[in-house]
Design a protein around this ligand. Sequence first.
Ligand code: PAF
Length: 279
Amino acid sequence: MKVVNTIRELDEILVTERQNGAQTGFVPTMGALHEGHLSLVEQCVAENDICVVSIFVNPTQFNDQNDLATYPRTLEEDCRMLEEKGCDLVFAPSEEEMYPEPDTRVFALGRVAEVMEGAHRPGHFNGVAQIVSKLFAIVKPDRAYFGEKDFQQIAVIREMARQLGFPARIIACPIRRESDGLAMSSRNVRLTPTQRQNAPVIAKTLKESTTFVAGKSVEEVKSFVINTINQVPEMEVEYFEIVDGNSLESITDWSETDFPVGCITVYCGPVRLIDNIKY
Ligand code: PAF
């Protein structure tokens, strides 16, 4: 496995690989890798001739400077795990390398970028579109892999790729969970022991809510989820929406879609956790 820090080095390797007919798979990450990321890497390695993983904590997608400052950075350990999984190439650029000048592009990604995370984290998806479009332009992947924990992010990236004409196939991979159900996230390490003990209530409640979809209205299911989680100390639901999984528009009646997805964000102390479930 090779670790490169500059666009030029990465490009030199990938140009040669492409000339030899290699199919390139790409897993963009912000590092602090866990089993969730590694499952994307495994799939990427299995389905492509060359697997590229980027590690870059992208400042333009953080609307909270404290979240950016405390985001875990574990490059050495990340590289060790990537090598074990058979990754070929790690791209770990500096901020100056990715943003030699401020990126002033403003994306118009429509409703999928405006609802839920878009409404609660102003500028977040524009930052994601800025960095992923830069990375796609550099790596030119045939396939790119994203985890479904960030369900909305996948829709936003699909729209960005469509608008800019990137040919990469965007591949959505299932959420990986801890044994107690908590969705794997780089932010989980910031939970105190008590918060960590309580956090699985999110997944547990979402799962439980799927069992009474047949008998309850959308509003009743939403109230059940929000009230159950809010009763747990230090936990506060920021939003819980049941949406059409393609348009991401909220539904008020189950008959409005055959692909209902519940998307939730919960503050567990200061740590913002997200999760989702298909009904
Ligand atoms: O999902 C993430 O880790 C980030 O949003 C991504 C896609 C790597 C862009 O910085």
